[in-house]
Design a protein around this ligand. Sequence first.
Ligand code: SF4
Length: 371
Amino acid sequence: MTTFSDVFNQMDWDDIRLSIYSKTTADVERALRKPKRDLEDFKALISPAAEPFLEQMAQQSAALTRKRFGNTIGFYVPLYLSNLCANDCTYCGFSMSNKLKRRTLSEADIERECQAIKQLKFDSLLLVTGEHETKVGMNYFRQVLPKIKSHFSYLAMEVQPLDQDEYAELKTLGLDAVMVYQETYNPRTYAEHHLRGNKTDFHYRLQTPDRLARAGIDKIGVGALIGLDEWRTDCFYVAAHLHYLERTYWQTRYSISFPRLRPCTGGLQPKSIMNDRQLVQLLCAYRLLNPEVELSLSTRESPAFRDNVLPLGVTTMSAGSKTQPGGYADDVPELEQFAINDDRSAEAVATAVQQRGFQVVWKDWHHAYSG
Ligand code: SF4
């Protein structure tokens, strides 16, 4: 069966990088004039040659976003269920070799977290765990998912990649969306940063969106961890991955995230620094390539940055996030996965969003709306 690995194997990292960096002003101007852009146009729009065109890109991106999504911003919040992990990723505080207190929420803990989150008004939840197949695997998900789903209308997950039949089963228990980021699409760099555990299998991860779409999951999130390798090339691969998925599985919804590396326990310096203007350029380039895709901005970014880029193309945001198990009902900061940058309350973020003329949508989608 064909997967994105087949497409990926035809692509070459160095050729793509060179091609992006050789784009000219004329290429950018042509891309900006086109009503519908392709992946070559996307290369031009993320290239250094497009940096002087940021204002124009931002205006077009904002207009396209309003046309498709109106003046709304979807809010979601992560619920960290466990920080146990059987992998070693050089950039993550939950890595198995990091000495930190490990905790997996019990059913009673989860109930308290759900109640605390409901008080904040959220109805769209992202469940997050480290990747630990035996202790936080299918048995755990079978046990907790239906209970969590009884509180929230939309349930997304960011956990270890699973098999297609497992996703199909979780869908019957209430799972709506799965975020699975490739981290980097350069296999050599991937191997340098994923030292132990199942995550070392580059292609199993790369094919996860194929398995998700075949299992009928409503929404799939893709992305790269910006900073692990040259960001323009990695973000081009994300666009190519999305392009493949949309053409192959047109019934599925897609979202893109663009997390930048943040300090964590045993912190890692980014190999490729992306400044704020470049992040705006990337966000606008994704929108100009794809007017339909959801673009998600997390609390890794600062309050000022989040507020300012809001009108340019973002469609969903997390707010008031706690990145440790038990973070909403208790307060245990030593267990965090990474330091968040926007530590305003969800209410404060909602007020900032409304002050900019946007409506906050606390739920993603309710199945009652379908059919
Ligand atoms: S990034 Fe994920 S898999 Fe890697 S150590 Fe962190 S929690 Fe585990």
